[in-house]
Design a protein around this ligand. Structure first.
Ligand code: SLL
Length: 154
């Protein structure tokens, strides 16, 4: 469909991970390798909790090759992958917009964080919880009419 000139719409988005150390209160899930030290979840979400599926069709998370089926394609919300592990690595996050909306997919790179370091370190060592979450905005320049409707739908 046609593009709307001189308009750009930006959508807030957050992406990143939360992780929790294995402990008595957070035991290793059944079937997970014994050397795994954390449960973690990587995600893409709307910061206000709105439904992203109005304009996002799927999110593909590419994990480290040490994982089974490292390419995880999530085709409906919540756009997230929960796993266990022992090490940090870079996760490639590809966001695909709805079909026929004239937008190419975009890629984020997220460094999975398991080990606390920095200002929150002391608190994190107490709770075993670590997080690394980034806020970003996706800017749609001169969106197609179809995408404009998806982006502004309530
Ligand atoms: C590296 N940073 O670059 C390390 C890789 C890989 C982490 C860390 C679990 C794998 C599995 C896991 O935590 N991998 O047992 O499924 O070499």
């Amino acid at each position: 469909s046609r593009r709307i000139k001189n308009i750009s719409i930006s959508k807030p988005i957050i992406y990143g991970n939360v992780a929790q150390k294995i402990s008595e209160t957070n035991p290793l899930p059944e079937g997970a390798p014994a050397d795994h030290t954390h449960t973690w979840k990587v995600f893409v979400a709307d910061p206000l909790g709105n439904d992203l599926s109005s304009y996002i069709r799927k999110v593909v998370f590419k994990l480290h090759d040490t994982y089974n089926n490292p390419t995880r394609s999530i085709e409906e919300p919540p756009f997230e992958v929960s796993e266990t592990g022992w090490g940090e690595f870079e996760i490639v996050i590809k966001i695909y917009f709805n079909n026929d909306c004239g937008e190419k997919n975009i890629t984020f790179y997220h460094h999975l964080k398991l080990h606390p370091y920095g200002p929150d370190m002391e608190e994190s060592q107490k709770t075993g919880r670590v997080e690394s979450i980034l806020f970003d905005e996706i800017v749609f320049n001169e969106p197609t009419e179809r995408m404009f409707r998806l982006l502004t739908a309530k």
